[in-house]
Design a protein around this ligand. Sequence first.
Ligand code: NOJ
Length: 512
Amino acid sequence: MFYQVYPRSFADSDGDGVGDLGGVREKIGYLELLGVDALWICPVMRSPQADGGYDVSDPRDIDPLFGGLAALDELIAEAHDREIKVTMDLVPNHTSVEHPWFTAAVDAAPGSPERARYIFRDGRGKDGAEPPNNWPSIFGGPAWTRVTDRDGTPGQWYLHIFAPEQPDLNWDNPEVAADFEKTLRFWLDRGVDGFRIDVAHGMAKPEGLPDMARVETKMLVHDDDDPRFNNPGVHAIHRRIRTIIDEYPHAVAIGEVWVDDNTRFGEYVRPDELHLAFNFRLAETPFTAEGVREAITFSLEAVSDVGAPPTWTLSNHDIEREVTRYGGGKIGVSRARAMMMVELALPGAVFVYNGAELGLPNVDDLPEDALQDPVWERSGHTERGRDGCRVPIPWEGASTPFGFTAAEQAWLPIPADWADRTVEAQLETLHSTLSLYRLAIDLRGTRPEFAGDRIEWYGSPDGCLAFRRPGGLVCVLNASDGPIQLPPGEVLLASAPIVDDRLPANAAAWLV
Ligand code: NOJ
């Protein structure tokens, strides 16, 4: 089980209101108790933080905000002592505008080797005043920004699929690939166990950068026929990355791959490409038996032909938290608990986003002046963006910031009514969401009934689903409106109390 740490929001060790690697190290005992096998740490490299660290100005250094390189070394040592692996987030698709390559490119002339590391083009229309094509940025507005030449006149445009502070690299330039290889080796030599690769379906751009047939203006969303992503050239890039990673036999590469088509998705996890790729289908599915069954079937099919393990996740730092997605309040928490038991019953790799184990909801009423996601500005204040799922973890005590920081305020305010959701409040409570996660993770790791990499569907009442692992585990989800009779067997764990062999609505159970 991978545990995703959003470091800004996990724990603050130096009292500046922002979480850091020292904070992760201080909480390593908690992560061990939870039973995590590996950490995925969102970007901590040097960055002006225009997009929460996904705008990297030096890919081979740790930002002082997170404690510098020494803090990472200490965290790796401590995690390894407890047999927890550490994977880092790498961002190959783009850099920060403060990366020395980009500042040099802006200073250099059109056609120069400096500009050839990025995607600079002349504009269209009179005096090149129109962007080179019609691509929108994922965060709203055009995907192109015009630079000003040294003599003060408007110059070429550069491509940024994300924020203007995140110029896209030109992966057709061998220098770009060589530099990324240097970065991979730099971290692997320091003891890192692998990488989550950001926008792993990006990097390669189509020949001639053709216009989009249909301009997708919905923020943070794209379809399979979108020319900005999933171009065939990306696979050669992954094959090259894999040859480096294979020099470190313990290491793993996990790609962020937003590709719907199963065949296309599977291509990313062929034996000589990524080890794993995120499949977001479960996180995109509403709480219905039919939807969940379909998402599971699809996700298994996507990887079975190429022989890669499936992956499961209910949320991350880009997606509304599951408690809120499933209806919020008590019902949202019940459904999130049930879905956690479904995903942990499945074969493959499970990714848990920090705070999910506490049943945290999204915070959708953050004060506007606290919002930091570039989406807020880029959408002209019409979309609040992703800050609501990035609110810091409440650790202990009765008042905000709940031990997250010694500062008066965390970088995003923690709601005052989270006192009953703190780690401290849940740790010793048998029926808390945290206790349920601990039990479920422990059973998954120790019980022989979880063996086998297939599942077999069982007949089940309307609005419910049930499947069996070859080892003998049966998982039942009740997404209907009322209680259902459980099949025969011993109940190993249930997300809600079982009365007279009946599983209540919005609950799941494991039987052997
Ligand atoms: C995906 C990351 O998960 C997201 O947070 C980020 O904004 C974009 N990639 C751009 O790097």
